[in-house]
Design a binder for this molecule. Structure first.
Ligand SMILES: [Zn+2]
Length: 68
């Protein structure tokens, strides 16, 4: 079943694979801001990468809506 209409919360996801990382992690959040924070925590913990502004900008180009 798909939910449409009254649900204003846009859920977003980011896949490490989309930026060429061999990682199956799919990070999801309701806002881009929350997603950036979650992705930053993941990349730091799992990839030893600290996101800077350039990496965040690049990652945001790969963000997609969930369930599309
Ligand atoms: Zn990853």
């Amino acid at each position: 079943m798909t939910s449409r209409g009254s649900d204003n919360a846009v859920r977003l996801e980011f896949r490490c694979q989309d930026v060429g990382v061999a990682c199956k992690q799919i990070t999801q959040a309701e806002t881009a801001d929350d997603l950036v924070k979650a992705v930053a925590a993941h990349t730091r913990a799992e990839h030893g990468v600290e996101l800077n502004a350039t990496l965040i900008d690049y990652a945001l180009t790969k963000v997609r809506p969930t369930g599309g």
